[in-house]
Design a protein around this ligand. Structure first.
Ligand code: ADP
Ligand code: ZN
Length: 725
C-alpha cells in the first residue's frame, strides 16, 4: 500500500488536529511506512508519539508500543482513544479477563495501537503468541532504558533485543530524548536495529526560558517565583527527601496547593500525589529526581530547581519537563556555592576512581553553567555538541540583561597574589578569607593575617570575590585541583597578570530588563477566556476521569482564546482539534466562546492577526550582542583571532564577523592586530583598482594569498574610516 502525502496529512488533521509536521516527524513516518527501522532522538516535547501513532492509524494492522511505565500507559491509551484511535494496553495491572478481551480485539484486527510493558513482552507465553498477532511495526519508547549505564536503566528492557529475532519481518522504531552519542550507539546495538533511518532533532527548546538565581533563602525564593504563576502547574526539584517535605509544607502553609513526591513515600501515596498533579488538582509537585519519566503532563509551566543538579544531562532532562506543549515555560535554578561541598562529600565516597573523576567533572560543568555569565541556552546546547546560530538567544536571564565589559585586573592581582603568597595550597574559601581580612581559626593557624594581601580586598563582599575567582577559573588564569579539598593554583597566564600587568576583563551584567522578559514571554491570548475554557476542560476531564491535558493541550486552548472560533469549521482550524474531538467536545467549547464574545465583543479585534510566537522575539539589544562582547573581551586581553576562536570553540570566520561588527560600532582602535601591515596595504590598493567592494574577485586576484576573512576586515575598516572622514 502506498500512501500519498495528502492522505497522510489528512489523517494527521483528522486524528490529531495538527496542520503541520514538526521537524523530523514526516521523515520518520515515511521511513516507518517504507518498512525501515528508525532510531530517533527528539527532545522532550518534540512530538515523538505522533511519529508512531500516525503510521499506526493509516496502516492496516497493529503497532506494538513498548513503554516503560505502567502508570503512564493508561494516560497514553486514554489520550489516543480521545483522538479516535483504537488503542489498548496489556500489563500486569489487568485481570486475566481484561487481558483476554484485549487479545481478542488484537486478533480481530480491531486495534491500531497496543501498549505493552517490557516485563509483559518478556513472558514466554506472550512471545510464543507474537506470530499470531497482526503487528505491522514495533515502536520502543524511552529506548535509552536499555542502556545499562544510562540514568534510567530498566533490566526488563534488555529483553527487547529479542524483538528483531521474534518478528524479523517488521520494522522497529526506537525513540529517546537522551542525547549522548555513546548511549545512542549502545541502544542501536542492543536492540539490533538494521541500518536504521537516523533522526537527531535539535535540543533547543525555544519555548523555555532559562534563569539562574542566587540562592539566599530557598523556600522564600521558591514561593516568590511560584506566586508569579497563579493557578499554573509546576515542578520543584530538591535533592533530599527532607528538603522535599520541608518545601512542600512551607508552600502549603503559604497557600500554594503543593504535594511531595519521593522514594520514601508509600507507593500508593506517591501515585495519588502524581495523579492529583496530573489532573490539575494541585498546582505544584515538590520532588526528588525519583519523579521523572512518569511525567507526561504537557502543561507544566515552570520547573524550579532548589538545588544544583548533579549533571548538565540531568538538568536538561528535568528542566525539560516544562513546556512540552510548546507554550512558553520557565526553568529556574537556585544556586549557591554552598551546595557544592554537600555534593562533593558524596562524590568522594564513590569507590571507583574513574566514576569519581567523572562525577567531579560533571559537577564542575554544572557549577560553571550556574555561575558563568554567558548565555544559558548556548551552554546547554554546547553540552550536547550543538551550536546556537543566533547571537542572542532572547530567552535566558543573561541574554536579556544589559552588559558591559569591566576591567578587573587589579582585583585579579590581589587574589592571585594571595594564592601565590599562601603557597598555592588553599581552596577558594580560604583565599577569599585572606583578601577580605577574615578572622578565622585557619587564618590565625597559618599566620595568614601577616600576608601582604591580607584584607587588601575588604572593599568587596565575599560573594563578589567568589565571582572573581570563578571568572579567573573560566579564563584559565587559575586552576582548581580535583577532589574533595580542591586548591587553587596559578597558571602561566596568572604570572603574566601578576608580573607583566596583562589586563583581565569580564562581562558584567546588570539586572534583567523586566519589560524584555515580558516581551519574550508574552502570552498572546485572551487570558479571561482561557480561564473559562480551562474550567470547561477540567469539568470534562473529571467526568471522563482523565487528566485535562488529554482532552486538549494548553496550546490548543490558547489558540482558541486568540482566534475565538464560533463554529465547527473555525474550530477545526485550531491546532489540536481533530474531527473526533470536535464531535465530542466542540459544542461545549463553542458555547463558552460565543457567550464570551457576546459579553466582550471588543476582545476579538484585540487579538486579530496575532499568531503564536514560533520563537521568542529577540530583544533589541541596546548595544553589542553578548557573544560579540565576549570576543571584544578577548581582544582586549590581546588574543589573536585564532586564539579567540579556539578558546570559544567557534570558527575563526565567526570571530572575524564579530570584529567587523565591532569595527562598525567604532570599538576597535586599530586593524594592526588582525591584518599584517603589508597585506593591509595590498588589499586596500586592490579594492581601489578592482573598483568593487566584492570579496571574491579580490581574493582570486591574489591567488588566495589574501583570505576572505582578511579582505572582509580591511573592507570594514576602510569603509568605517571613510564614513568618519
Ligand atoms: P514527546 O513524547 O516527544 O515529549 P509528545 O509526543 O508528547 O512529545 O508531543 C508533545 C506535544 O506536542 C503534545 O502536546 C502533542 O500533542 C504536540 N504535537 C506533536 N506533534 C505536533 C504537531 N505536528 N503539531 C502540533 N502539535 C504537535
Ligand atoms: Zn541566552
Amino acid at each position: 500500500m502506498s500512501m500519498s502525502k495528502v492522505q497522510l496529512k489528512n489523517a494527521m488533521e483528522r486524528y490529531f488536529g495538527f496542520h503541520e509536521f514538526r521537524p523530523g516527524q514526516e521523515a520518520i513516518v515515511d521511513a516507518i511506512l517504507a518498512k525501515k527501522d528508525v532510531f530517533a532522538v527528539m527532545p522532550t516535547g518534540g512530538g515523538k508519539s505522533l511519529c508512531y501513532q500516525l503510521p499506526a492509524c493509516v496502516l492496516d494492522g497493529t503497532c506494538m508500543v513498548i513503554s516503560p511505565l505502567i502508570a503512564l500507559m493508561k494516560d497514553q491509551v486514554d489520550a489516543a482513544v480521545e483522538n479516535g484511535i483504537r488503542a489498548a494496553f496489556i500489563n500486569s495491572t489487568q485481570s486475566e479477563r481484561e487481558r483476554a478481551a484485549v487479545q481478542a480485539k488484537l486478533v480481530n484486527r480491531e486495534l491500531d495501537l497496543l501498549y505493552v510493558s517490557p516485563e509483559r513482552f518478556a513472558q514466554e507465553q506472550f512471545k510464543a503468541s507474537l506470530q499470531h498477532y497482526p503487528f505491522t511495526f514495533v515502536a520502543i519508547d524511552e529506548a535509552h532504558c536499555i542502556c545499562e549505564w544510562g540514568h534510567d536503566f530498566r533490566p526488563d528492557y534488555l529483553n527487547l533485543s529479542e524483538i528483531v529475532k521474534l518478528l524479523p519481518n517488521i520494522p522497529v522504531a526506537a525513540f529517546t530524548a537522551t542525547a549522548t552519542d555513546a548511549i545512542q550507539q549502545d541502544i542501536i546495538k542492543r536492540i539490533g536495529l538494521r541500518n536504521p533511518f537516523l533522526h537527531r532533532g535539535s535540543f533547543n527548546r525555544k519555548n523555555l526560558f532559562y534563569e539562574v538565581i542566587d540562592k539566599v533563602d530557598d523556600n522564600e525564593q521558591i514561593l516568590e517565583h511560584i506566586k508569579r504563576f497563579p493557578d499554573e502547574s509546576g515542578v520543584v526539584y530538591r535533592t533530599t527527601r527532607a528538603a522535599v517535605e520541608e518545601t512542600a509544607s512551607f508552600l502549603c502553609v503559604n497557600g500554594i496547593k503543593a504535594l511531595p513526591y519521593h522514594a520514601g513515600l508509600d507507593d500508593r501515596v506517591r501515585e495519588q500525589n502524581q495523579d492529583a498533579f496530573s489532573k490539575d488538582q494541585v498546582n505544584v509537585i515538590v520532588a526528588t529526581i525519583a519523579f521523572g519519566m512518569g511525567i507526561d503532563k504537557s502543561n507544566v509551566r515552570f520547573v524550579i530547581h532548589g538545588d544544583l543538579p548533579k549533571t548538565m544531562e540531568n538538568y536538561y532532562q528535568e528542566s525539560g519537563r516544562a513546556g512540552r506543549d510548546g507554550e512558553a515555560a520557565k526553568c529556574i535554578l537556585l544556586y549557591s556555592r554552598g551546595d557544592i561541598p554537600k555534593m562533593t562529600y558524596f562524590i568522594d565516597k564513590i569507590e571507583s576512581d574513574v566514576v569519581k573523576r567523572q562525577a567531579y567533572r560533571s559537577l564542575d560543568k554544572m557549577a560553571a553553567y550556574a555561575s558563568v555569565q554567558s548565555c544559558r541556552r548556548k551552554a546547554i546546547l554546547a553540552h550536547f555538541g550543538e551550536a546556537l546560530p543566533e547571537e542572542n538567544c532572547g530567552s535566558c536571564d543573561v541574554c536579556l540583561s544589559d552588559r558591559e565589559v569591566v576591567d578587573i585586573t587589579r582585583d585579579a592581582q590581589i587574589i592571585l597574589s594571595a594564592i601565590a603568597r599562601s603557597g598555592e595550597r588553599f581552596g577558594m574559601v580560604h583565599v577569599v578569607d585572606i583578601v577580605t581580612g577574615a578572622d578565622t581559626k585557619q587564618i590565625r593557624a597559618q599566620g595568614h593575617e601577616k600576608l601582604k594581601t591580607y584584607g587588601a580586598g575588604n572593599n568587596k563582599s565575599k560573594k563578589e570575590w567568589y565571582d572573581i575567582v570563578d571568572a579567573l577559573k573560566m579564563k584559565g588564569i587559575v586552576r582548581q585541583t580535583e577532589g574533595q579539598y580542591p586548591v587553587l593554583i596559578l597558571t602561566d597566564d596568572a604570572k603574566e597578570v601578576l608580573f607583566k600587568g596583562k589586563k583581565v576583563t569580564v562581562v558584567k551584567r546588570s539586572v534583567i530588563q523586566p519589560q524584555r522578559v515580558a516581551a519574550s514571554q508574552q502570552e498572546l491570548y485572551d487570558t479571561a477566556l482561557f480561564e473559562r475554557l480551562r474550567s470547561v476542560r477540567r469539568a470534562i476531564a473529571t467526568d471522563a476521569n482523565v487528566p485535562p491535558f488529554v482532552i486538549f493541550a494548553d496550546s490548543t486552548l490558547h489558540d482558541m482564546a486568540r482566534k475565538f472560533p464560533q463554529n465547527h469549521t473555525q474550530l477545526l482550524g485550531i491546532t489540536g482539534v481533530g474531527s473526533v474531538k470536535l464531535e465530542r467536545y466542540g459544542d461545549r467549547f463553542i458555547d463558552v466562546i460565543v457567550t464570551y464574545v457576546q459579553e466582550f465583543p471588543d476582545s476579538v479585534e484585540r487579538f486579530k492577526g496575532i499568531t503564536r510566537p514560533v520563537s521568542v522575539k529577540k530583544p533589541k539589544s541596546a548595544g553589542v550582542s553578548p557573544t560579540v562582547l565576549e570576543t571584544f573581551m578577548f581582544i582586549q586581553d590581546g588574543l589573536s583571532i585564532n586564539e579567540i576562536a579556539e578558546r570559544r570553540a567557534l570558527a575563526s570566520s565567526t570571530i572575524t564577523e564579530h570584529i567587523v561588527t565591532l569595527i562598525q560600532q567604532d570599538k576597535i582602535d586599530s586593524i594592526d592586530p588582525f591584518v599584517e601591515k603589508s597585506k593591509y596595504e595590498r588589499i586596500g590598493k586592490l579594492f581601489t583598482n578592482l573598483e568593487t567592494s566584492a570579496l571574491k574577485p579580490l581574493v582570486e586576484a591574489t591567488s588566495g594569498e589574501v583570505s576572505y576573512d582578511e579582505a572582509r576586515l580591511v573592507r570594514a575598516w576602510i569603509s568605517k574610516k571613510q564614513s568618519l572622514a
